[in-house]
Design a protein around this ligand. Sequence first.
Ligand code: NDP
Length: 267
Amino acid sequence: MDLYGVLGNPIEHSLSPEIHTQFSQQTGCEIIYKRVLAPLDGFSSTAESFINKGAKGFSITVPFKLDAFDLATDLTDNAKAAGAVNTIKISEGRIIGENTDGIGLVNDLTSNLNVTLKNKVVLVLGAGGATQGLLLPLLNEQPRRLMIANRTRSKAKKMKHDFAQYGETCGFGLDEIKNEPVDIIINATSASLHGEMPDIANGVADGAICYDLMYGNQTPFMDWAEKNNAQMVIDGLGMLIEQAAVAFEFWTGKKPKTGQVFKELRR
Ligand code: NDP
C-alpha cells in the first residue's frame, strides 16, 4: 500500500483522512493516509522523515503551506503563482509542490454548483494565503472583473501588483467597496474562524452568489448574505473535497468522484 498523509498543526480536526480513504475505496488505489502532527518549528524535519518512511506524497495544511513551498524542489504553475504549496508528490527523488486550493474552489463552483465565472464580476474578500491560491485559477475562468478587497488595503494593492503577470485584478480596502451588487463574493478572510463578519457594504450581496471558504458551521458571513438577498449561500466544504480530489489525481493518476463524499461529510 502506498503511504500518504496530511501534515499540519493542529491536525486532529482534519477531514483529509476520511476524504482520501473514501477516494481510495472508490478508485481501487490502495493507500494508507495518516494525520501527521508537525511541531511548529519542525515542518521540514517531519516532512523529510515522512518521505524517508516511503511516503509518495502528502497534503499540507495550516500553518505550513509556505514551508512546503520552500521544501519543494519543483513547483507547478499554480504553486508558483500562489507562493504556497498544499500538496506534495514524491517522484523519482524530486519533491514536487502543487497548490490545489484554487482549482478546488473553481471545480466546486463550476461543476457542483453550476456557477459560471466567465464574464462575471467577482469580489474576493481577504488578501491572505488562501486568496493567493485562488487568484490564478479564478483568472483562468476569465471573469469580467476580479476585485480583491482587504482590511489592510496595502496587502490587496500588493496582491494586484504581484498577479499582474497572470491577469487584470484590482485591489482596495474593505471600506472602499461600493454599495453595488456583484455576481460572486468569496469570503477568503479568516474572520469566520473568529466568529466575525468582514465589515463591508450591505448592498453588494443583493442577488450575489456568496461563498465562504470556511466550513463546518454557519458563519456570520453566511448569515449576512442570507439577510441581504444573496442568490446562493455556500460554505467551503465542497472546495475542501474538490481540492483533495485534485491532489488524489495528482498523486495516483485516478480521478475520484466527489458527490458521495460530500453527502457523507455533510451529514
Ligand atoms: P491568512 O491568515 O493568510 O489571511 C487572513 C485574511 O483574513 C487577511 O486578509 C486578513 O486581513 C483577513 N481578516 C482576518 N480577520 C478579519 C476580520 N475580522 N475582518 C476582515 N478581514 C479579516 O488566512 P488564510 O488566507 O490562510 O485563510 C483564510 C480562510 O480560508 C480561513 O478561514 C481558512 O480556514 C479558509 N480556507 C479554506 C479552505 C477550504 O478548502 N475550504 C482552504 C484554505 C483556506 P488583514 O490582512 O487585514 O489582516
